[in-house]
Structure formats: C-alpha cells, structure tokens
Ligand binder design. Structure first.
Ligand code: SF4
Length: 371
C-alpha cells in the first residue's frame, strides 16, 4: 500500500533548498495575490525574499484565521507520564545516555497530576512519554486513557510510533489527536541526531502518520524540531507531508506545531538559529497556504512572542506546562525534557487571551459527539 514515502522520494533536499533561496520578490507578490494558494506558493512564502512582506502576510493571516476559527484560542496542557526512553536523541534530556532518575507515573500519581490540571481549569490534556516499549507501551497508554477519560473532554497523545492496530485501539479508547514529529526530513542529518534506538529508523517514523491516518484518528499533528536543520527546507517537507495526508486521509483534521530546540540537561546547541521573525513568517505562510490547519504554540516560546502571535494565526496554546513526569504535583523537581520559556499560569494566559479580544476555549469537543 502506498505511503508518503512514495511522494517524498520524488523530491531532493538540495533542489528544494535552492528553489526556496532563489525565490524572487515578483514570485512572492504573485503568490500573495492568489486567492487559493498551493504548496508551491507555500515554498515561496517561506523564502528569505518573502521577509519584506511580513506585515502584509501577518494581516492576511489574521483575517483568514478569524474567518475560519473565530476569535478563539484552545487551551491545553501536556502531562508527562514517563521519562523512560531507550533511544539516544542528541537534543533531548530524556536520552538513554543521560544519567537521570527515570520515572513512570503510577495510577495514584496520574490521579494527583490530573487533579492539579483540573484545578488549573484544563479540559484538554496531551499525554507525553519517551520510548520505552517494554514498560510504557500500548497497555500502559490504554490504562492511562481509561483512567483519565472521565476528567477530560479531549485527550491527545505524543508517544513513540506504534502500529496501525495500536492506533486503532487508542482511537477506540477515546484518544482524539495523535502528534508525531519527524524532527528533521533530512535523512543523513536525522541519522546523526538519532544514533541509537528504534527512533533511528527514519522510514518507520516517516510512515507513522500514514498508520495514524489509516487508524481513523480524528486529528493528526505534525512538526519538525526547529534548529536541527535549515528550517525553511524542513518546513517545506513538513507541508508536503501535511498536503499528502490531507488528500489521503481527508476525514481527519490536521495541526502543526513549531517546537524550537530548547536547552535541556546534556544536550547539543541548535545547529540552525531560528529568530522570532522567522517563526512569525512560517506561521503566516502556513495559514496563507492552508486555511483549515490548526496551529499550535507551546510554552517553549517566550512570553512576548506568545502574546503577540495570538491574533495572527495560532489556534491553540499550552499554558503553565511542566515537561517532567509528575511535574505538576508528584515530583516537581524531577528533570525536565527541556526548559519551558513562558512560565505563566494557565489563568494568566487566559487573561491575556481575553485582553486581546479573544476567547480562551477549554473544551471544544464533547465526548458524546464522538459516538
Ligand atoms: S526525543 Fe523522545 S525518543 Fe528521543 S530521547 Fe527524547 S524522549 Fe526519547
């Protein structure tokens, strides 16, 4: 059965990169003038040549987002269930070669974390783990989802790639969204950042969204880890991937996230720096290309950027996030996967959203609609 790999192999990294960096102002103007933009227009809009049109792109992005999503921002919080991991990823605090205390939450500990998130007002939770297939596997996920589904209207997961059958089980259990990031689409560079463990299998990861789509998951979230490779070229491939998925698994909704490489215990420095201005351009380019795409911003970003991006194109934001298992109530001092930048509480973020004339949405999905 065909997968994204058959589309991907038709492209060459260097050729795409050349196209992006050789884009002219005239091409940007012509892309901006189009009512319906295609992937080629996206490529043009993420080019260095498009930077001088940023103001115009931001205004267009604001209008399109308002038209499609209204003046709303969905609120969610990540809940780290485990920092056990059998992979070596050179940019991550949970990497196997990092000598940290490992922890996987028990039922009781999950209950305590849930209580803390509910106190903060959350109705949408994102469950996150490393990749420890013997201990933190589908059985553990199903049990956790079963335990917490009475507490949350919306459950998303960001865990190791699993089989289509296992994604089907998650779907049946009530999981609404699955996120999986390719980290980088550059095959050789991917190998350097993922020298050991199951994650070093580039192709298995590349085909994961196909398995999620085939399993009928409601929403699929993609992204690249910005900082590993040239963000422009990587983002083109991420958009190519989204484009393929939307056409193939058209019943699912799609979201994109923009994790920028952040400091963590024992990790490398970013290879490529992405400035705030670049991230703004990328968000606008996604919106101008794809009106239906949900766009998510995490607490990796700084307060000023997050405040300013609210009216420009994002549709969901995390708040008050902890990136360590038990970080909300059980073991607040345990080692984080990476440092967050915006440490304001969910309440404070909701207040800022309201001050900007937007409505913070704690829940947009009722379980009864999923039947
Ligand atoms: S990025 Fe994920 S798979 Fe890699 S070390 Fe960190 S937790 Fe493990």
């Amino acid at each position: 059965m065909s997968t994204f790999a058959s589309v991907f192999e038709k492209y060459n990294w260097d050729e795409v990169q050349n196209l992006i960096y050789n884009t002219t102002s005239k091409e940007v103007e012509s892309a901006l003038a189009k009512t319906k933009k295609n992937l080629n227009d996206f490529l043009v809009l993420i080019s260095p040549a498009a930077q001088q049109y940023l103001e115009q792109m931001a205004q267009m992005s604001h209008q399109l987002t308002k038209k499609r999503f209204g003046k709303t921002i969905q609120m969610y919080a990540p809940m780290y269930l485990s920092n056990e991991c059998q992979n070596i990823c050179t940019y991550c605090g949970f990497s196997l070669d990092n000598k940290i205390k490992r922890k996987t939450l028990t039922d009781k500990e999950i209950e305590l974390e849930v209580a803390e998130l509910k106190k903060a007002g959350f109705d949408h939770v994102l469950l996150v783990t490393g990749e420890a297939n013997y201990t933190v596997n589908i059985n553990y996920f199903l049990k956790a989802v079963e335990q917490i589904k009475k507490d949350f209207a919306n459950i998303s997961v960001e865990v190791q790639p699993i089989s289509q059958e296992e994604y089907e089980q998650l779907h049946d259990a009530g999981v609404h969204t699955v996120l999986v990031y390719q980290e980088t689409y550059h095959r050789e560079v991917y190998k350097q950042y993922h020298p050991k463990g199951k994650k070093s299998n580039y192709d298995f990861r590349l085909e994961t969204p196909d398995r999620i789509g085939k399993a009928g998951i409601h929403k699929i979230g993609l992204g690249v880890l910005l900082g590993l490779e040239d963000w422009r070229t990587d983002s083109f491939f991420n958009a190519l991937h989204l484009d393929y998925l939307q056409k193939t698994y058209w019943r699912s909704k799609y979201s994109v996230s923009f994790p920028r490489l952040r400091p963590a215990e024992g990790i490398i420095e970013p290879n490529f720096i992405m400035e705030d201005r670049d991230l703004l351009q990328l968000i606008c380019a996604y919106r101008l290309w794809n009106e239906d795409l949900e766009i998510s911003i995490s607490t990796r970003e700084n307060e000023k950027f997050r405040d300013n991006i609210i009216p420009i194109g994002v549709t969901s934001m995390s708040a008050g996030s902890k990136t360590n298992p038990g970080g909300y109530a059980v073991d607040v001092e345990s080692l984080e996967q990476f440092e967050t930048s915006d440490e304001r509480s969910a309440f404070e973020i909701a207040k800022i959203i309201t001050q900007k004339g937007y409505e913070p949405i704690w829940k947009d999905w009722d379980r009864s609609y999923m039947l």
